[in-house]
Ligand binder design. Structure first.
Ligand code: SF4
Length: 182
């Protein structure tokens, strides 16, 4: 039987959700028998592949690169999971939305000029430093999301519950004790 093609992606996040994924410990070995990890920060794959069964997206959509990748992932993935609170609500990266700054240039000005003690200057490197979006978005505002896995980060037990449901071909459903920490 073909193994499930699984991807994990890191957009605007701190990698804490991926650290929690690694906290699955010995369950990772069980997963390795049942899935093929086709794209992830922990594997050396440059291009997001076609025909991915399940993708866990960590992080908010903060810049043009995030947005382009989120759209590509959606087009190439059957089941897309918003993985952690930054993906679900935009969470920490969206703090800049609260500054009342109306565009990315104002954000950069605020951070790199007004608050700079040394060498004020906005970093610009077209094609290298991606352009910020005017506003940080949770993933579901950029593309359609199938399931939400909350937590900052989601505890490993919650990730395991969701993955077991996915592997069993069930509709992921987290409720009651599934949502407890620990
Ligand atoms: S949800 Fe929390 S742990 Fe995950 S990327 Fe965001 S800040 Fe980090």
């Amino acid at each position: 039987m073909d193994r499930l093609k699984v991807a994990t992606v890191w957009l605007g996040g701190c990698a804490g959700c991926h650290m929690s994924f690694l906290d699955l410990d010995e369950f990772l070995l069980e997963l390795a028998d049942q899935i093929e990890l086709v794209y992830s920060p922990v594997v050396d794959m440059k291009e997001y592949p076609e025909n991915v069964d399940v993708c866990l997206i960590e992080g908010a959509v903060c810049n043009e690169d995030n947005l382009e990748l989120a759209r590509k992932i959606r087009a190439r993935t059957k089941v897309l999971v918003a993985f952690g609170d930054c993906a679900v609500t935009a969470n920490v990266p969206a703090i800049r939305n609260q500054l009342g700054l109306d565009n990315a240039e104002s954000v950069l000005q605020h951070a790199y000029i007004e608050h700079a003690r040394h060498n004020p200057g906005i970093p610009k490197a077209p094609g290298i430093v991606p352009e910020l979006l005017a506003r940080v978005m949770p993933v579901h505002e950029a593309v359609e999301v199938d399931y939400f896995l909350p937590g900052c980060p989601p505890p490993a037990s919650r990730i395991k519950t969701l993955m077991l449901q996915v592997l069993a071909g069930e509709t992921p459903k987290l409720e009651g004790a599934d949502l407890k920490f620990g």
